[in-house]
Design a protein around this ligand. Structure first.
Ligand code: GLU
Length: 721
């Protein structure tokens, strides 16, 4: 790994040196970039290894055992590329490998040999190879630019240039420039990608998803949310597409698993790729979330899921095809509802407003700041007034394609049609058609794979009714032109569009349109016409969105800069899917008056929940038998006289931290992070020790299930247990 250029962190480092009290503080909020470990206070908090054992540029550290897998995190736990992550992170790949007969989603999957491992379709693995600060280069490119759209375009262009330069220097890596502070700090990351990933051991659904949606984002929890994958590369060690000839990848580092687990109050830390947090945002941002985005999206997803459940009720194949979509929606919608509850509970808008007022006063108190940032707060206000005026239109447009498969199909077809039309001659058209037709087919098939006509019809109808009710700036021209007088007529119109479209029949569509360029061009359909017209509205609005993004980028850069000057406390950038460390303790909490939640759950709790008789709490009978016989093996936690199933801790995590290894003071793996408590969903806006708790699966439960229930002893052997 190359040394991280710490130049732009100099202010932060200065603060750390000049404020030693922070070092002695108990663990606090913080998803620390690796360059900031020295000021995290890890030793004082209880770390027993050197920080260099975790991250040591140019040498091997624990970070080299970390992988990013889809939107999740995972870690290598053997020299043969074995990876542990969450069950929900491998979910889509398990779904794709499943059929109603070989239903690995329901029954689980144990490969007793390498040959039995199954391709994990759609999953790739990324490893962080090195990184460097490139803020100076990016900001120099926009130093004299005042036009917001141009600013965004140039920032993107410069990012792309740096990416290409880095990839040219080393063609084996994929580069990415990540914005650490919006409009202010940029870091170039170099990643290695592994394309051949396989399913090794997946627990059955009644273990991996025990508790289902009822328990999602909930403590006390009893979910075996783990899975084992393996990374494969070509014989030459380089990344290669799936092939029987590939060999297991040998990571630079793998984590040692400690089967003894941890105790209450023990120091723990997590390395992972947290997705996105929004803590350095003004009150208006939180207001937008609370008033528009969170209620709109959660209501829409709730409606979608109700329709998709209905669609799959009597048809197992449809249920399977929609499983991932339903699960993702449900996960987001419950998170958003948790956020709405939390935002009201702590009245974050008002707290933020007060913070912003103090910030405004600070600006006015210093002449140099006043001249540079005097209008900052009112400009932020102005921008959000604008954003709020057509917030519903924006949300509707942002969701129309993800909500309805046939609208996505129509977009694919129309966009290919357009490029075909733009070819200069019929020869060129033919050549272009032949060169791209397989890609188009694959893209369309992929959408059809999780398509339900029943759900699509009802969801589009619902969105038509929504749009019909929009007033003023929120009106959408294409819908408005239809002059639908009321919600019922709008609903019926949307519904008819799906009923009348020829795009319903997958094979028929593909056979007809993909037979020749002329057939493709001649294919017409009311849904294609509707998509074309709507697309024009969306494109037009995109110009305005880009302009606003440009303004926001500049304003947020300034906001963060002032906040950093104002706060004596150290500043940690929001999460942005780059590698971070967070630490804390195994710790219970008191989410509501007169309660105390213990930090460990046990198998006894699985049995208790199972007694409720709800399907979400079905569990394998073998678990009960083993528990009744006290067949706990070495995985028992003596004080509990049971196997610990899940654990709770006060670390700072978010989506993307799913699958992150939880390590003890010696850097040994003792669990896998997979969720937060309901109250902690609000972490993304504001972290607090009183309500922020994350949830992991205890390694002792993983090992117990593998050993006693699933008879996957080979896994234990490979991990050196
Ligand atoms: N369970 C979470 C999710 O699926 C991941 C972890 C988190 O957000 O805390 O999004």
């Amino acid at each position: 790994m190359k040394l991280f250029n710490k130049k732009s962190w100099s202010l932060l480092l200065f603060l750390a040196v000049s404020a030693p009290t922070i070092m002695a503080k108990s663990p606090d909020e913080g998803m620390f970039p690796l360059s900031e470990l020295s000021r995290a206070g890890l030793k004082n908090a209880g770390l027993k290894i050197s920080e260099k054992d975790i991250y040591n540029p140019g040498k091997v550290g624990l970070v080299d055992a970390l992988v990013q897998v889809s939107g999740c995190t995972g870690s290598f736990i053997s020299s043969s590329g074995l990876i542990i992550t969450n069950h929900h992170c491998a979910f889509s790949a398990v779904q794709l490998a499943s059929t109603p007969i070989d239903n690995y989603l329901r029954n689980g999957f144990v490969a007793q040999s390498h040959e039995q491992e199954i391709e994990a379709r759609g999953l790739t693995i990324r490893i962080t190879d090195s990184y460097e600060d490139v803020s100076d280069k990016i900001l120099a490119a926009v130093a004299h630019i005042t036009d917001p759209s141009e600013r965004i375009t140039l920032i993107k262009k410069k990012q792309q240039e740096l990416v290409e330069e880095a990839q040219k220097q080393d063609p084996t890596i994929k580069a990415e420039v990540s914005e650490m502070f919006i409009g202010k700090t940029y870091v170039l990351f170099r990643y290695k990608t592994i394309e051949d990933v396989r399913l090794v051991y997946i627990p059955r659904q009644t273990i991996g998803e025990f508790g289902g949606e009822t328990d999602n984002w909930v403590w006390p929890r009893h979910t075996g949310d783990y899975s084992f994958l393996r990374a494969y590369v070509g014989k030459d060690g380089a990344s290669a597409k799936f092939s029987k000839d590939n060999i297991p990848y040998q990571p630079k580092k793998f984590l040692k698993v400690n089967p003894k687990g941890v105790n209450e109050n023990d120091f723990v830390f997590i390395l992972g790729y947290p997705g996105k947090t929004f803590r350095h945002r003004p009150a208006q941002y939180i207001q937008y979330q609370q008033n528009f985005l969170l209620p709109y999206v959660s209501n829409l997803y709730e409606f979608q899921n109700e329709r998709m459940y209905e669609a799959g009720k009597t048809d197992r194949a449809t249920a399977l095809a929609l499983a991932t979509r339903i699960k993702r929606n449900a996960n987001v919608l419950k998170n958003y509802k948790g956020k709405l509850k939390g935002l009201r509970n702590i009245d974050l808008i008002n707290t933020k407003k007060k913070d912003d007022q103090a910030l405004a006063a600070f600006i006015l108190s210093k002449p140099d700041l006043k001249s540079k940032y005097g209008s900052l707060m009112s400009e932020i206000d102005g921008l959000y007034t604008l954003i709020n005026q057509d917030a519903y239109k924006e949300l509707w447009m942002n969701n129309i394609y993800t909500s309805t498969s046939l609208m996505r199909i129509a977009r694919e077809i129309n966009s290919f049609k357009l490029t075909l039309q733009q070819q200069n001659s019929s020869e060129q058209q033919k050549a272009f058609f032949e060169a791209n037709k397989e890609n188009v087919k694959t893209a369309l098939l992929e959408i059809y794979e999780s398509y339900s006509n029943y759900a699509d019809e009802r969801i589009l109808a619902h969105m038509f009714a929504d749009a019909q009710a929009f007033q003023g700036n929120n009106q959408i021209e294409t819908i408005q032109k239809l002059k639908l007088r009321d919600a019922n007529l709008a609903n019926a119109y949307g519904s008819q569009l799906i009923r009348n479209t020829k795009l319903n029949g997958c094979t028929q569509v593909l056979n007809q349109i993909l037979s020749s360029p002329n057939a493709f061009l001649a294919f017409s359909d009311p849904l294609l016409d509707f998509q074309n017209s709507l697309n024009q509205d969306i494109q037009q609005f995109a110009v305005e969105q880009k302009r606003r993004d440009g303004i926001l980028n500049k304003l947020m850069g300034d906001y963060v800069a002032v906040k950093e000057m104002y706060q004596s406390k150290n500043f940690i950038p929001d999460a942005n899917s780059t590698l971070r460390l967070t630490f804390g303790n195994v710790k219970g909490y008191s989410p509501v008056d007169a309660t105390y939640m213990n930090p460990f759950t046990t198998i006894a709790g699985i049995i208790q929940k199972g007694n409720l008789g709800e399907t979400d709490f079905d569990y394998p009978s073998e678990i009960k038998t083993a528990w009744e016989n006290k067949n706990f093996g070495p995985y028992v936690k003596k004080e509990l006289n049971d196997v610990p199933v899940n654990l709770l801790y006060n670390m700072d995590t978010t989506g993307g931290n799913s699958g992150s290894p939880i390590m003890n003071a010696y850097g040994e793996l003792i669990g896998v992070n997979f969720d937060r408590s309901y109250d902690a969903t609000i972490n993304d806006f504001a972290w607090n020790d009183s309500y922020s708790r994350s949830i992991g699966v205890d390694i002792r439960y993983v090992l117990w299930v593998a050993d006693k229930i699933d008879h996957a002893q080979f896994i234990l052997k490979e991990m050196g247990i």
